[in-house]
Ligand binder design. Structure first.
Ligand code: F6R
Length: 628
């Protein structure tokens, strides 16, 4: 949610824009850059910091930069791609934001919670504001401190002392050869294109510790470093400092702490190859991703690495939480865990997790599921769980994320980088990881050294993406403008929730989801001859009941689409009941949801494309939701 970059080197235009493209998944409401030449002179004598920003996708900024030649001679730059939180997505509210004297330019990811109060204070001091953003307050605050005699780094520190909320900042100050930065809660990383041998940097040291040669990069995501750096600095919360092309200094204002400098996982490199969109590529990545994930679990999900998970009945309660798609995975995961080992499970969306409060203590395990590992609501759930003394397990895709580092244990789902905003392969890998966790608890009960993952091996062999032509025809059907209803029971209902979310976010078409048994308790009033009701019925024990519910809708004029694992033979007696049937192969019960979701991800994709939309960038959304 908002991506920021900073760069010092010979080619700010190429590097800033290229890195912003990699971060565009974090928001595409607007984009902007600010550049300077540092001590060797500014891009224009009267305008030391050249700021260019445009509303809309990054390509608008790219065109503007190419036409204006604003980066000529510049050596330092910061950039931003925005997901709007404060103020509409126009060019005025786009970052960078500048101080009144034009000496400071700021890009920001996060939310300044006390910005209204700070703005009032600054207005009383004579400052006027041109935008509706919280970020402009930071630029004016830096100017305010500088005018009171603080050197730039001290002005940054002073600002950090008064800012409340979440922020990752990259800041230029006119004619300085440095980029200033600060971080609290929002992710921020730093890398040099060639690293010295030093593996750590020390906070609160006046002398430089992170020496390096070559270009400097600052970014919201390590994906920006993949093509050049083997190591990078992951900044801890409440850190500020500066970086030049030669060195970086990090401060925390209290004492010495070590910053980790970690190896980058080359797997996070993600290319679209010949696919028209990332979403399509990522759906078709699923099989390989599950294979890699399963192989990883076979060697890493062991008693030695996760002793707590292998203790029989170690937890009185297991609580699963996540947001959006990750929450849907949690719903299914809880059922699998309960079935496999009889554990007492509960599920909460991240933003409602505080409701789990009275059930949390050291006998509870909280499983936090997140693709990005940066979702603010899930991070808040983690903080809450830790405060209550519960054990925490982060189930993440982004291995080096905040969630992965902060939880007691981390289990990577290894789906590889996911760029499309709509989560697809990460969801499938989350389901497999939850299956592996359930098998681990079962192994613990049975005193076995490792979980039996043969079901996942079988799944990889049999997983079917379905027939594209058939799925396109369903996309056409769902695009006809009828009222869409999805019904199901148990895990079928959870798959229906995820199918509906994929369709909503990529096609802006509504599909109401109901428990099949609930339809008659009120929602049936919505059904008429203008409705398509899809019955998700892939479980044998609930098949007939779901079918009856679908027929109740049919009796009110709806057309019924059956989504099932049943064979032609098995559905023959009911043949006349259905308008269309979509079949999926049967798998291990605990992994059926992985197979089930695939055709729906593809249907959502085809539906989006048929409407002329870009499925990779749904309107109003961003991939990494770093605000609560
Ligand atoms: C939907 C989607 C979102 C995310 C949610 C949580 O396709 O991608 O609903 O699942 O924002 O994100 P993570 O998993 O990064 O915590």
């Amino acid at each position: 949610m908002c991506g920021i970059v900073g760069y010092i080197g010979e080619n700010p235009e190429r590097n800033l824009l290229y890195k912003l493209r990699l971060l565009e998944y974090r928001g595409y409401d607007s984009a902007g850059i600010a550049v300077s030449r540092g001590t060797s002179g500014a891009p224009s004598e009267n305008n030391p910091l050249a700021v260019t920003k445009r509303a809309g996708e990054l390509k608008n900024l790219e065109n503007a930069v190419a036409q204006a030649g604003v980066t000529a001679g510049a050596r330092l730059g910061i950039g931003h791609t925005r997901w709007a939180t404060h103020g509409k997505p126009d060019a005025t509210n786009a970052h960078p934001h500048v101080s009144s004297d034009g000496k400071w330019a700021v890009v920001h990811n996060g939310i300044i919670e006390n910005h209204c109060e700070l703005k009032r204070f600054l207005q009383n001091e004579g400052y006027s504001f041109y935008s509706e953003t919280d970020t402009e307050t930071i630029a004016k605050l830096l100017e305010y401190f500088e005018k009171r005699g603080f050197a730039p780094l001290q002005a940054i520190k002073r600002a950090c002392d008064v800012l409340q909320g979440s922020f990752a900042l990259a800041v230029l100050h006119e004619n300085d050869d440095a980029i200033y930065f600060a971080k609290n809660k929002s992710p921020l990383y730093l890398a040099f294109s060639k690293r010295s041998n030093k593996k750590t940097a020390t906070v609160q040291q006046a002398d430089a510790d992170a020496e390096a040669e070559g270009d400097l990069f600052i970014a919201s995501d390590v994906v920006c470093f993949n093509d050049f750096a083997e190591e990078y600095y992951a900044l801890p919360d409440k850190t500020y400092g500066f970086a030049t092309a030669e060195k970086a200094e990090f401060y925390d204002g209290t004492g010495e702490i070590r910053l980790s400098s970690e190896k980058i996982n080359a797997k996070s490199l993600c290319l679209r190859n010949n696919y028209a969109h990332y979403m399509l590529k990522e759906i078709y990545d699923t099989k390989n991703a599950i294979k890699e994930e399963t192989d990883y679990f076979k060697t890493h999900l062991t008693r030695e690495n996760y002793p707590l998970l292998f203790q029989p009945r170690a937890f009185k309660k297991i609580i699963l939480t996540g947001c959006g798609t990750a929450y849907h995975a949690a719903l299914t995961g809880a059922r699998i865990i309960e079935e496999k080992c009889g554990a007492d499970c509960e599920v909460y969306v991240g933003s409602e997790f505080y409701n789990a409060g009275y059930k949390l203590n050291k006998h509870a395990l909280v499983v936090l599921i997140s693709q990005s590992g940066e979702t603010a609501d899930t991070l808040a759930a983690l903080t809450f769980a830790k405060e209550k003394g519960a054990a925490t397990l982060a189930m993440i895709n982004a291995e080096h994320s905040t969630l992965a580092k902060a939880a007691d244990m981390a289990l990577p789902v290894n789906a590889g980088a996911e760029i499309a905003v709509a989560s697809t392969k990460a969801y499938s890998c989350q389901l497999v990881a939850l299956y592996a966790l359930a098998q681990t608890f079962q192994a613990a009960e049975r005193q076995l050294p490792r979980p039996d993952l043969s079901g996942a091996d079988e799944l990889v062999k049999r997983l079917s993406y379905g027939d594209e032509e058939e799925l396109r025809s369903f996309a056409t059907l769902f695009g006809e403008g009828k009222k869409l209803f999805f019904i199901g029971r148990g895990t079928d209902y959870f798959t229906a929730l995820e199918a509906s979310l994929k369709i909503k976010e990529t096609s802006y078409i509504n599909a109401d989801v109901y428990y099949a048994g609930e339809l008659k308790h009120g929602f049936l009033a919505l059904v008429d001859e203008n409705a398509y009701v899809t019955a998700f019925a892939t479980q044998k024990d609930t098949f007939l009941k779901t079918l009856s519910n679908a027929k109740e809708a049919q009796a009110r004029g709806a057309k019924i689409i059956l989504f099932t694992t049943a064979s032609q033979e098995e559905t023959k007696p009911y043949e006349n009941s259905f308008f269309r049937i979509l079949r999926v192969p049967k798998t291990d019960d605990a992994l059926q949801s992985v197979q089930n979701v695939l055709p729906w991800q593809l249907i959502a994709y085809f539906l989006s494309v048929s409407k002329g939309l870009n499925p990779d960038k749904p309107r109003n959304l961003a991939k990494s939701v770093t605000v609560e």
